[in-house]
Design a protein around this ligand. Structure first.
Ligand code: NAP
Length: 216
């Protein structure tokens, strides 16, 4: 199984690329393949330092979708529509949305689109056969990139396709110490997405850093 990361050069994308490329085949995507290659080089160096294998290749975002079975959309909400509509070949693919629509006002505020969540927005713009799941919404980019630390977080996963959801949960459970939890249908994604502005407000008002969630 190959996992592709559209926007794999970004704040969460790069850390995801590193940690995933140590355990499975990864394709890092960007609008600029040269930038994607830089992220691949970072993955290869991180693996070499740890003395472990690494399987990573670069491409543009279209290459990532064509060559991958599971695609993570590591893109800000405001660029989601143009990015998704500029790429073909989504049919039958498993698509993971870590996307949280939000704004920073006097504090962080969840600002979902009319559909109710980024995940349901995606469902409207992707072909009907695309198997969308929500996951990885509540882990800070800094934590992904801090590769010397374990990720000891819970990861709620939403989706309507039972087989795709199981594949995504199995994927989550292979990364560091992450633990996946079934968080219901795709229509529940707004609950998961809206946790992130809460985490950011807690971090800000309590002078904490990179707050995450763990269900016990
Ligand atoms: N940052 C976090 O801590 C965090 C935590 C949980 C969830 N998330 C969610 O994860 C997603 C990615 O967040 P991020 O912070 O990683 O984002 P980011 O670093 O701001 O951007 C990610 C990538 O998006 C691409 N991009 C930027 N502008 C674009 C445009 N105009 N059109 C198309 N692509 C563009 C860039 O890739 P190229 O320039 O290489 O094309 C960039 O590297 C967001 O939806 C966010 O809500 C973030």
């Amino acid at each position: 199984m190959r996992v592709g990361i559209v926007g794999g050069t970004g704040e969460i994308g790069e850390g995801m690329a590193m940690r995933l490329s140590w355990i499975m085949d990864v394709c890092v995507g960007s609008r600029d393949p040269g930038k994607a290659q830089e992220t691949c080089d970072t993955c290869l160096i991180s693996a070499k330092e740890r003395g472990i294998d690494c399987s990573v290749r670069s491409g543009n975002n279209q290459d990532v979708v064509r060559e991958s079975d599971v695609i993570i959309l590591a893109i800000p909400f405001k660029h989601l529509k143009s990015t998704v509509e500029g790429i073909s070949g989504w049919e039958g693919k498993i698509v993971i949305s870590p996307v949280n629509p939000m704004e920073r006002r006097e504090c962080f505020v969840y600002t979902p689109p009319a559909e109710g969540s980024a995940a349901l927005f995606l469902q409207n713009i992707l072909p009907k056969t695309t198997r969308i799941c929500t996951a990885f919404n509540n882990i800070a980019g800094n934590r992904w990139r801090d590769i010397s630390s374990e990720l000891e977080y819970s990861v709620p996963v939403c989706g309507d396709d039972a087989e795709a959801k199981q594949i995504v949960m199995d994927l989550v459970n292979q990364i560091s110490s992450l633990k996946a939890y079934d968080a219901g249908p795709l229509s529940s994604s707004h609950i998961v997405e809206s946790i992130t502005p809460l985490l950011l407000n807690i971090a800000r008002f309590n002078k904490m850093k990179d707050v995450g969630i763990r269900f016990v």
